[in-house]
Design a protein around this ligand. Structure first.
Ligand SMILES: *Cc1c(COP(=O)(O)O)cnc(C)c1O
Ligand code: SF4
Length: 377
């Protein structure tokens, strides 16, 4: 067996697929002819628009219907030009939490590195649109050495998130160099790689990649499935090959109007992810990114959906519903409140100890109490 056929086969196949990326409206297949609101977007392009790019594979998942959940995520519409006064391009203030170019350090023990601004598909709901598709490309050698210097000087950091853009749009060689430098600077740091490619270009997850990632263990993989129709034979195989290489896979779904703002859809998504051994980690409330209001689900509706899910899903399948606070406050869980309050009393067994009773509602709506001895001090 020649060396080239093993190393080159799968490598060239994802590169070939990537080369077929659709970047112009006239290259969208006729079967999914642009709708009026999509044509309106394409007809008068603006400099500040998020790039358009979609893989033929992801496009092939679109079915009939204007509000197709796949279509909504990848074909831009004029609705993106509606920018509300409380929205902006950098809603989480990445830039003001950036000690070194491309690094966002918002939490004490973990930091996020935007290794490239390229994506295989530009998700129309993207909240990092101040960076994604910005044509800066992959991180340069001197930028990377500033980052590794920072990692060395900040021993409180126990985790590095590699994000972007999509880190897996980089070649294996480039990605390997980044991982090597990070490992050299911080041998034990946990690496969390965030990529949507299992969902939008599953061919990228080939043997070479999974073996390489495995060699830099501990590496966690976080992806973004938003709808059960994104789970196909190919994306399922991509997830399986990561898991089987010993790389835990987590999912961060984004709650999106007209895509998955529905208990049945999300329930099916999370159950099927668990069956793929992909852990539903977060369900994220939409950030206040400029031009994404048509995707946002009211928070009150989000809470309702999550509370319906809670009664019907195994704990393994239930993500944390979270909001990244605008202005750089970081992520907070948005759970429905089961703790109603507390009352004071005495021991139920007739004793005289002062007690506190924490009152809860159950998922089904019943009331329950959790007693605790009152500490006097
Ligand atoms: C989301 C995020 C993290 C990771 O947060 P977790 O709650 O650990 O998943 C880290 N840094 C930044 C800047 C983030 O936005
Ligand atoms: S892959 Fe991530 S960074 Fe890229 S457009 Fe989608 S959400 Fe944004």
């Amino acid at each position: 067996m020649s060396k080239n056929s093993t190393c080159f086969g799968p490598f060239s196949s994802w590169m070939e697929e990537r080369a077929k990326t659709i970047r112009r409206p006239e290259d969208i297949p006729l079967s999914i002819a642009p709708l009026r609101k999509e044509r309106d977007f394409f007809e008068h392009p603006r400099k500040e628009d998020l790039d358009f790019a979609v893989t033929p594979y992801y496009l092939s998942l679109i079915e009939e219907g204007d509000e197709d959940p796949i279509r909504r995520q990848c074909i831009p519409s004029i609705e993106e030009r509606r920018v509300l006064p409380w929205e902006n391009a950098d809603p989480l203030q990445d830039l003001s939490h950036s000690p070194v170019a491309r690094l966002v350090h918002r939490y004490k023990d973990r930091t996020l590195l935007m290794v490239t601004d390229e994506c295989a598909v530009y998700c129309r709901h993207c909240f990092r649109r101040h960076f994604s598709g910005g044509r800066r490309g992959g991180i340069g050698t001197s930028e990377l050495s500033k980052v590794t210097e920072y990692l060395k000087n900040h021993s409180e950091l126990s985790e590095l998130l590699l994000s972007g853009g999509d880190p897996l749009t980089l070649s294996d060689g480039k990605l390997q160099r980044i991982l090597e430098e990070v490992r050299k600077a911080r041998p034990g740091i946990v690496i969390r790689l965030a990529s949507r490619l299992p969902v939008v270009l599953p061919a990228r997850i080939n043997k070479e990649l999974t073996l390489m990632l495995r060699s830099f263990s501990p590496v966690y993989f976080v992806t973004q499935f938003n709808h059960p129709r994104e789970i196909t034979e190919k994306s399922a195989a991509a997830a399986a090959s990561l898991v089987e290489a010993g790389i835990p896979v987590l999912n961060q779904a984004v709650l999106l109007r007209g895509v998955n703002d529905n208990t049945a859809v999300l329930g099916e998504l999370f159950r099927r992810l668990v069956a793929l051994r992909v852990f539903p980690y977060y369900l994220l409330q939409g950030d206040l990114a400029a031009g994404t209001s048509h995707f946002r689900v009211p928070l009150s509706r989000g809470l309702e959906i999550v509370s319906e899910l809670r009664g019907n899903l195994s704990g393994l399948a239930m993500p944390v519903y979270a909001l990244d606070l605008p202005g750089g406050g970081g992520k907070v869980p948005l759970s429905e409140n089961y703790l109603l309050g507390k009352r004071e009393g005495v021991s139920p067994r007739g004793g005289s100890e002062k007690m506190e009773f924490f009152r809860f509602t159950s998922v089904e709506g019943g009331e329950f109490e959790y007693p605790e001895e009152k500490v006097n001090n």
